[in-house]
Design a protein. Structure first.
Ligand code: ADP
Length: 310
């Protein structure tokens, strides 16, 4: 619900993946041949598309999610979790043959995670163009990633760009993509590994992130944000590069930190905030996310972000 009717809710369309996460807490990741006892197992809604949609919704946007689940209990659980956040799931397709996507996530005592994803129904996504276009007509921002078929992601970006939406791309998991996509992107959000892979150089420091961001802008994307984990993020646009540090927090689980960041950035951009305002808000939201376990349950609301230290 819109808490302030004088400020219209931004509308965001997310095209992406949905997974049921099997989250195992372990003292450390097992080495080859090692068997160890984990501390707990939980089934938690996740997937980059779902997480980013939930982040957008909790930051106050009206969100439509275009994705694909299997005809099974996990799929229904994911759908109802999204609906609890007020997300429009009418463009969520059901594949009758493939299972709902699943991610096995090992969370070490350090808070670091290791993830194996079985795409399942996510790999079968084939959206109806008229249904997507109807949603894009009222939207300011289109958000997508690379956990659903690249041809669908590309078509979604073309339609969104054509409809006048700002396209926010998180090319994760990284895979080579058509050069024709670059000029369609308003804001590219990449972590240091993705930035390094795209720019063909190592990215570990804010200076290297700024250099990689500038190299990526030269390919045709207007704005780039490189996230650097505990070191925050670097925002790069025509005015240059600015480093936004992250607050020091006690890390419990970094799952969904990047998705929380991205959703918060998308809502800020949909509300015409600057790239720096968006990055700063994203960092505050992600800092809260990493102090909590799990994917979607760890994503903060706008009120929580605004109450956190600036
Ligand atoms: P991804 O999860 O996509 O790999 P990052 O690890 O770069 O992305 O994290 C995304 C954002 O989450 C960072 O830019 C930062 O704002 C926040 N973040 C991640 N790890 C931490 C941490 N240890 N402390 C504070 N903030 C963090």
């Amino acid at each position: 619900m819109n808490p302030d009717p004088s400020h219209p809710m931004p509308h965001i369309v997310v095209l992406g993946s949905l997974n049921m996460d099997l989250v195992l807490r372990v003292p450390h990741a097992p080495a080859a041949g090692e068997t160890l006892h984990g501390q707990s197992i939980h089934r938690i809604p996740g997937g980059k598309g779902g997480n980013q949609a939930v982040s957008c919704a909790r930051q106050g946007a009206q969100v439509s999610l275009v994705g694909c689940i299997g005809a099974d209990a996990d799929g229904e659980a994911l759908r109802s979790a999204l609906q609890e956040d007020g997300i429009d799931t009418d463009a969520l397709y059901t594949d009758l043959a493939a299972p709902t996507g699943t991610a096995v996530i090992l969370v070490e005592d350090s808070g670091q995670n290791r993830i194996v994803v079985i795409a399942g129904a996510n790999a079968k996504l084939q959206f109806d163009e008229a249904a997507l276009q109807a949603r894009l007509a009222g939207a300011q921002v289109f958000v997508t990633q690379f956990e659903t078929p690249l041809a669908q992601v590309q078509r979604g970006m073309e339609l969104a760009h054509g409809a006048g939406c700002k396209v926010v791309l998180n090319p994760s998991p990284m895979q080579p993509f058509d050069a024709a996509l670059w000029p369609l992107i308003d804001t590219l959000v990449v972590n240091e590994v993705e930035a390094g892979a795209l720019a063909g150089r190592s990215v570990a420091t804010p200076i290297e992130a700024a250099e990689a961001g500038a190299a990526l802008r030269a390919r045709g994307v207007a704005r780039v944000i490189v996230t650097l984990g505990a070191a925050g993020a670097v925002a790069v646009d025509a005015d240059g590069a600015r480093h936004h540090p992250a607050p020091q927090v006690k890390v419990v689980d970094t799952t969904a930190a990047g998705d929380t960041f991205l959703g918060t950035v998308a809502v800020a951009l949909a509300s015409n905030q600057t790239l720096d305002e968006a990055a700063a808000l994203g960092i505050r939201a992600a800092a809260l996310c990493v102090t909590r376990p799990g994917a979607q349950p760890s994503i903060p609301t706008r009120a929580e972000v605004l109450q956190s230290p600036p």
